[in-house]
Ligand binder design. Structure first.
Ligand SMILES: *Cc1c(COP(=O)(O)O)cnc(C)c1O
Length: 411
């Protein structure tokens, strides 16, 4: 039987000039000179703008786009996004500060995450952001803190639905979960809320992440809206907000195909038309991280040495898992697969070869690409890892082996 060779989706977001990648209108070689040191992360501002515009083109106009900051919390990126999205979701006080520094209004910021500390809750209440409550206990604490501060906190309930988002990279709903309040407990929570001084906005229902299957997303969105509307009937006033989550994925690995956004959005038009009949004054939001930023970013490191070991070529670089845990395969992957990787300053090259790209750390886990075909690289060449604009630097153990932190630039 012939082995089917799975390929990466083509990385066409960056153009080529004289075989060198162009980032933000500049050649990668010049950008590396400008940054002055490798490794570094670079995010292309125009690509982020284009991605939000693509979403706006296909999404129903009523649907608001919320940026989930944990995907990429670089302040310059968040500032840039603040001007083009409708809201920002934060998951810590550190992220909240970055969001509050942007021109986005506190009313457009939401704060999610299990295990929020009292000082985080107080800070969020005083800031006027919406707290996505993840438990009944959290609701009681928020009410008390609000009373102490003399402010009526804005809250939403994060619901753990009784269904999951099928074929997701990461499932965050269905069954027993640390996230949100089990759907069946929401009615009693709403009843309890009557006696508390809280400003109730609505529901937040987030099912999962990194999904490339349009049908699975459509099914989850339909169930999410049904659940939101049925829970809304139990609330004392019409809900103002229904956040239906996100989970739109991007192609990382060989065989991954880009999400059929048009089909997801077409179905969403139908769902929203139906929703408006039942809840005309409810704001519908989707919440996306990686879909907005991941493809705009690259991680760049330099070849320090070519090593041949028993006929295998190893490119030893100055970058690795300490900066980019996900590309090394150690951020939640069950079977290690390669991210798309090229020699950024000679993408096609004159000669091609099969190589393994590793970092400087003293562990075999420090692997950026295992047996990939690319242009023959020499010492000094720049290795580029695509799809690195989300869950890159801030999802990596930068203190491991204590190499200097890489720079991040938005170009
Ligand atoms: C992580 C997370 C997101 C973003 O997920 P992406 O895969 O980056 O789109 C959105 N909402 C919540 C609640 C999350 O925890």
């Amino acid at each position: 039987m012939k082995k089917i060779l799975l390929k990466h989706a083509p990385m066409t977001q960056f153009s080529l000039n004289e075989d060198c990648l162009q980032i933000g209108g500049m050649s990668l070689s010049q950008l590396a000179q400008r940054v002055g040191a490798t490794p570094f992360y670079a995010y292309d501002r125009q690509l982020i703008t284009d991605r939000v515009a693509l979403l706006r083109k296909y999404l129903p106009p009523e649907v608001q786009i919320r940026y989930s900051m944990k995907a990429n919390p670089m302040p310059a990126v968040v500032q840039h996004l603040a001007a083009i999205v409708d809201g920002i979701d934060v998951a810590s006080v550190g992220e909240l500060r970055v969001a509050l520094d942007t021109p986005i209004l506190p009313g457009q910021i939401s704060f999610a995450g299990p295990g929020k500390k009292d000082n985080e809750l107080s800070c969020a209440i005083a800031s006027g952001v919406t707290l996505n409550m993840e438990s009944e206990q959290e609701m009681e604490r928020i009410a008390i803190l609000g009373q102490h501060l003399g402010i009526c906190p804005k809250v939403a309930i994060r619901v753990n639905p009784n269904f999951e988002l099928k074929s997701s990279g990461m499932k965050m709903s269905g069954g027993a979960k640390q996230f949100g309040v089990d759907a069946e407990r929401v009615p009693s929570m709403l009843a309890r809320m009557h006696g508390l001084k809280l400003n109730f906005e609505g529901f937040h229902i987030f099912c999962g992440s990194q999904n490339l299957n349009a049908a699975a997303i459509q099914e989850a969105q339909e169930k999410t809206i049904q659940l939101g509307l049925s829970l809304a009937k139990q609330a004392s006033c019409p809900i103002r907000l229904l956040n239906i989550g996100g989970g739109f994925g991007i192609p990382y690995f060989p065989g991954d195909k880009e999400l059929d956004l048009k089909s997801v959005c077409k179905n969403l038009h139908r769902l929203i038309d139906e929703t408006k009949k039942h809840a005309p004054n409810t704001r519908i939001e989707i919440e996306l991280g990686r879909y907005i930023v991941a493809e705009s970013g690259i991680y760049v490191c330099r070849v320090l040495e070519r090593k041949i070991s028993r006929k295998r070529v190893f490119l030893i670089t100055d970058g690795g898992l300490h900066h980019h845990l996900a590309a090394s395969g150690n951020f939640g992957q069950v079977i290690r697969k390669n991210y798309p990787v090229v020699v950024g300053n000679k993408v096609v090259g004159h000669e091609r070869e099969s190589v393994t790209v590793v970092g400087p750390l003293c562990t075999p886990l420090d692997l950026l690409a295992d047996e990939v075909e690319m242009a023959k690289a020499d010492v000094g060449d720049l290795i580029v890892v695509f799809q690195s604009g989300a869950y890159g630097l801030t999802a990596s153990p930068t203190r491991f082996l204590n190499h200097p932190e890489p720079v991040e630039v938005l170009v």
